[in-house]
Structure formats: C-alpha cells, structure tokens
Write a protein that binds this ligand. Structure first.
Ligand SMILES: [Fe+2]
Ligand SMILES: [Fe+2]
Length: 152
C-alpha cells in the first residue's frame, strides 16, 4: 500500500474515532445540562441574597436553552437526543446539595453556593470548548457554530 493511501486510511479512522468521542461527549453534556436543570432551583431556594437567587434563576433559563441547543446538535448529526450519566456533574451536583443541607443561611453559605455553581460552569466550558474543536476538526462548522453559542 502506498504511503498516501495508508495515511488517508489512518485519517479516516482518526475522524471516525473523534466522531465517536464527540457523540459520547454530547450525551454526557446533555445529561449534565438536564441534571443542572434539576439542581439549580435547589441552589436558588437555598440562597439568601435576592440578587443571587435571581442569578441562579437566570442560569436556569440559560441551562434550558443549552439543553435545546444540544438537542439541535443531535438533530444536525441525524441522531436521537439521548443522555448518558455524567459522573462529574452528578458529583458536582451532589457536593452543591451538601452545601445546601449542611450550612446555615447567610452570606458565607451564598459564597459556597457560588463556588459550587462555578465548578459546574467550568466543567461545561471545558466540555463545550473541546467539542467545538472536535466539530471543526471533523469539518462540521454547523455543529461548531451551535456549540459556540453555549459559550457566548
Ligand atoms: Fe449550560
Ligand atoms: Fe461528564
């Protein structure tokens, strides 16, 4: 086999593998976003400061939009939207609920709630950022554009 053919085949295998990783990452983040939709109202209810409650409520609205965007991505890829349990978001959510349960209301608890929400946010930023790169690498600018919306 010529070197060109060999490298073309390797390129195809690489693309298929990366495509699989993108699919798995989408299922992971779809589960994670849906899980956040359930957790955020609990954080909002536990917050003392009115502005923080509003911030959590606004974040809930954004998270619902993210769910819808990921559903659009599944559609673009010709796949049924489905989630696979994200152990990281499950754990971050569990930790956030420990803060909710174990601390007395007040400014210190609010600070801890913000930290919990930021940890979840950073997981998302890492996941979407990489998924955008994968999509671009796979020549799916349409998918990359949609996923970029989540980051803006
Ligand atoms: Fe999100
Ligand atoms: Fe995950």
């Amino acid at each position: 086999m010529s070197n060109t053919k060999k490298s073309t085949r390797q390129g195809t295998q690489h693309a298929e593998h990366l495509g699989k990783i993108l699919d798995e990452s989408l299922k992971d983040i779809y589960w994670a976003e849906n899980h956040l939709v359930k957790t955020l109202p609990k954080l909002s209810a536990a917050a003392t400061d009115e502005l923080l409650k509003e911030a959590f409520d606004a974040h809930l609205g954004q998270t619902r939009e993210h769910v819808a965007i990921v559903e659009q991505v599944f559609k673009l890829l010709g796949k049924e939207a489905s989630g696979k349990r994200c152990a990281a978001m499950a754990g971050l959510s569990e930790e956030a609920l420990e803060v909710v349960e174990q601390h007395e209301a007040g400014a210190a608890k609010d600070a801890a709630l913000i930290m919990s929400a930021q940890k979840a946010e950073h997981y998302e930023i890492a996941a979407y950022g990489s998924m955008v790169s994968f999509a671009i690498h796979l020549g799916r600018e349409d998918v990359a554009d949609l996923l970029t919306e989540v980051l803006s």
